[in-house]
Design a protein around this ligand. Structure first.
Ligand SMILES: C[S@@+](CC[C@H](N)C(=O)[O-])C[C@H]1O[C@@H](n2cnc3c(N)ncnc32)[C@H](O)[C@@H]1O
Length: 237
């Protein structure tokens, strides 16, 4: 499923009407195929569990100070809850909501005595309110225009900075050789191409991130380089 679209790149470059090479190969965008094809949905969600189990462990050991003073967190597009589970244990005072599409969270029941709950919905329409929103390995799946829409929904859901509100993004910040944070150019470029083939997204450098934050109405951001090729970006308004 994920290798076939690479064979459609030539057709896509020659001005196909499809938005992605994935759509040429499979007739729908990746989340539409996941909704219709239970086996692909399960495999994709399991792949995310595997990836996020590692990232969650590092995040839970290095970044717990990011949650200081928070009482509620919504993990938007949080998959089947791997990151929420990884950090909930270290944060007994925080209520977590894992928010994702219906075919991802259906059948999942609350955990940790109700401290982790699963809610289905479309992040382009609504994001449940909380002190903070987590967006992990998600914005890179979307175009700049779509990221601005998602970040505006998140802004509606969290309080302003002076009241402790924030959006916490875990995603790649592309760096050049001159940067002190430069790492593995090949992996950065591979992910950028992978997202071009599978989704309408891309990897972004700091300037590109900064523009979408401003366009979505945020005033400030802070990048913490704590997770190897991935960064933690805190965004406030
Ligand atoms: C790359 S996965 C990341 C999952 C999780 N954050 C993680 O790191 O393991 C992207 C997620 O976005 C979800 N998603 C896609 N479109 C969505 C939408 N419109 N509303 C909510 N979630 C969506 C997918 O179902 C998928 O779980």
């Amino acid at each position: 499923m994920l290798t076939l679209p690479w064979h459609s790149l030539g057709e896509w470059f020659r001005q196909s009407n499809a938005s992605t090479a994935f759509e040429i190969a499979h007739g729908d965008h990746i989340w539409g195929v996941a909704k219709r094809n239970a086996s692909f949905n399960d495999s994709f969600n399991e792949a995310m569990v595997s990836d996020t189990s590692l990232v969650g462990k590092v995040f839970a050991s290095a970044c717990m100070d990011r949650f200081s003073g928070l009482r509620s967190v919504v993990d938007v597009a949080g998959g089947t809850g791997t990151l929420a589970r990884a950090i909930a244990k270290a944060l007994p005072q925080v209520q977590f909501t894992v928010f994702d599409l219906p075919h991802v969270v259906e059948g999942l029941t609350s955990e940790e005595n109700g401290r982790i709950v699963f809610v289905s919905g479309d992040m382009f329409e609504y994001v449940p309110p909380a002190d903070a929103i987590l967006l992990t390995w998600t914005l890179h799946d979307w175009s700049d225009e779509d990221c601005v829409k998602i970040l505006k929904r998140c802004k509606d859901a969290v309080p302003p900075k002076e009241k402790g509100g924030k959006v916490i993004i875990i995603d790649m910040v592309m760096t050049s050789r001159e940067s002190e944070h430069f790492k593995s150019e090949e992996t950065q470029l591979f992910f950028d191409m992978l997202l071009m083939v599978l989704t309408s997204g891309k990897e972004r450098n700091e300037k590109e991130w900064s523009k979408i934050f401003t366009d979505a109405g945020y005033k400030e951001y802070k990048i913490v380089n704590a997770l190897g090729l991935r960064s933690v970006i805190e965004v406030y308004y």
